[in-house]
Design a protein around this ligand. Structure first.
Ligand SMILES: [Zn+2]
Length: 256
């Protein structure tokens, strides 16, 4: 199998490295000056506070650290996620935790107004969500892989996908994984981001969600996932993504 040219592989974003059948991670080691200077708007869509952080917190920290603008859209405020608390109380606690996590990652939070455990899809909600993304006008969007055991994750994924379709595929669309096996299922990355240097920041952002008991309930799984994805692409720790092959009207990456 021949080499893949960097431009074909990465499109305009030059963000991610890919294995794409070569078995080796390929990086934009010598980006062209114009590409290197361009600051991107990156939006990450998650079902609940803690999903964007656990799914791609290392990637967020990496690109925010390079000066790119990162916005996290939380579909819900995690209203159903704390036993013994009312939905209102849980929403307040978890919104504050999300704010703290965003500070750690240097991202800006947005809450999209749906309710944890009760998320819905209908024409007006599709439209409302598309407007949120229209306002942000992102270059790149990361969201949940749609085959996921949690309904809210599936809703977040489909809202994002619909916004991408109806908005004319203006941004590059990537999918991330959370709690692989238990939540995200049958996911095989096409692209990887080396998060070896940002793993500790990702961990701190995940641990900002203290109400979710990250030390036992979701951090160990993600730590193992990141090690495994790192082994797949030849680095210490990585996050894996699936890139939609029709980003910017491109077909599957061409081989040079
Ligand atoms: Zn979730």
């Amino acid at each position: 199998m021949g080499n893949i040219t960097r431009r074909d592989m990465l499109g305009r974003s030059s963000l991610l490295m890919a294995s794409m059948g070569t078995g080796l991670p390929l990086t934009a080691a010598n980006p062209e000056p114009a590409e290197a200077a361009r600051k991107l708007k990156i939006v990450v869509v998650g079902g609940h506070p803690d999903d964007p952080e656990s799914g791609c917190g290392g990637t967020i920290a990496h690109y925010a650290g390079e000066g790119h603008e990162v916005v996290i859209v939380y579909l819900t405020r995690g209203e159903s996620g704390i036993k013994g608390k009312t939905m209102q109380e849980a929403a307040a606690i978890r919104s504050a935790e999300a704010g703290k996590a965003c500070e750690i990652l240097h991202a800006r939070p947005i809450f999209a107004g749906q309710i944890d455990g009760h998320t819905e899809l209908n024409p007006s909600l599709y439209e409302a969500f598309r407007k949120i993304l229209d306002v942000e006008n992102p270059d790149v969007v990361f969201t949940h892989w749609p085959i996921d055991t949690h309904r809210d994750h599936r809703v977040a994924s489909l809202l994002t996908y619909d916004a991408w379709l109806t908005g004319g595929k203006k941004f590059d669309l990537y999918y991330f994984e959370v709690e692989q096996g238990e939540q995200t299922q049958i996911f095989q990355p096409t692209h990887y981001v080396d998060i070896s240097t940002t793993l500790s920041r990702k961990q701190a952002a995940c641990f900002a969600h203290a109400s979710q008991h990250p030390e036992t309930d979701f951090w160990p799984q993600h730590e193992a996932m990141n090690r495994f994805r790192g082994m797949e692409c030849g680095v210490k720790n990585a996050e894996g993504f699936v890139r939609h092959c029709q980003n910017h009207g491109m077909d599957a990456p061409k081989r040079g």
